[in-house]
Design a protein. Structure first.
Length: 320
């Protein structure tokens, strides 16, 4: 706020004409209300009576002033009101907020730094490197459990994968068995639980299995069942569940030699073969879907079984 504007606001407050003057100074209704509330509670409204602050920011600063708080650290337009609230919480916790006060930090990043306690320096290091709040949370939880996941963070695993790596290290299982970037967090979880339950995770630890398929195979193994017939990516999770629970599902149709080749080719390349490992697709239809996945395309337009392989091919090429 420049000095002229500040003086104008101050004069309007002193002579009691602020209600009329605020509107003339381009404050909207909600900003004006926050300024009026500050005047009524006898706080220094000049700390926030500027059009640069929206009403939510004004409210955050006003409430802090009413609590007798020094607002200098956060009463700046570059902080949104949620960031302001995080900085206020840190001040109330007695923290030195100098490093926390970075407008580039999302409020959720600020929260992780605030909650880090003795590990604040480590969290700050990764925050400065651009890690999001989800990753910072996993670093914080790992540090609090005396587990170090810094290497896995640097390897680029996301927050959900890091969660499973952290839990695996905490439960002393061999996390190397699921350290593939191709696994999402849910797939990692099913392998981790299998390792904790001491079942043979090799029966389902292929990236071609969805997490729901992995879960049903894991539960079957835990029950001591032979999963040989159902432990295949083309058998849907619900079929495995029905079999595991003693229901009599329709016997899974086995893929022919050419269909098997397409499924195997996808598995070898780490593709999500569950999208096409269905024997209702011909081998050539499977091939078109596989090629689309290899090109990192959204293959949903060609997952229609009523399309011929030629039609799939034409659509696939148009997606590039």
């Amino acid at each position: 706020m420049d000095d002229k504007f500040r003086e104008k606001v101050k004069r309007a407050i002193e002579d009691g004409t602020y209600k009329q003057e605020l509107e003339k100074m381009n404050f909207d209704r909600f900003q004006s209300i926050e300024i009026q509330k500050g005047i009524q509670s006898h706080v220094d409204v000049l700390k926030y009576a500027s059009p640069e602050f929206d009403a939510a920011q004004m409210k955050s600063i006003r409430l802090a002033l009413e609590d007798g708080m020094d607002v200098e650290a956060f009463a700046k337009p570059e902080y949104d009101y949620i960031q302001m609230e995080e900085i206020k919480s840190a001040i109330k916790d007695g923290m030195d907020v100098a490093q926390l006060c970075n407008p580039l930090f999302d409020f959720s990043v600020m929260r992780e730094i605030r909650m880090a306690g003795d590990y604040q320096k480590r969290i700050l290091k990764f925050a400065d490197e651009g890690c999001d709040s989800g990753v910072l949370k996993q670093i914080r939880l790992a540090a609090q459990a005396d587990v170090n996941i810094d290497f896995y963070v640097q390897e680029g695993y996301d927050e959900y994968q890091l969660n499973e790596i952290r839990l695996g290290l905490m439960h002393c299982v061999d996390v190397n068995k699921y350290l593939y970037h191709e696994y999402n967090g849910e797939q990692m979880k099913q392998i981790r639980l299998g390792l904790e339950q001491k079942v043979d995770v090799s029966k389902y630890s292929m990236t071609g299995f969805s997490s729901t398929q992995m879960e049903q195979i894991r539960l079957a193994l835990k029950d001591g069942l032979d999963v040989e017939e159902y432990g295949d990516p083309f058998v849907e999770a619900l079929q495995i569940k029905d079999w595991r629970e003693g229901k009599v599902p329709e016997a899974p149709r086995q893929p022919d030699e050419n269909q098997s080749k397409e499924i195997l080719a996808g598995l070898e390349k780490g593709l999500d073969v569950s999208l096409y490992a269905d024997t209702d697709y011909s081998a050539e239809q499977m091939r078109q879907i596989r090629l689309g996945l290899e090109d990192n395309l959204d293959v949903s337009p060609i997952l229609d079984k009523n399309l011929s392989a030629e039609q799939m091919c034409k659509i696939r090429r148009s997606l590039k």
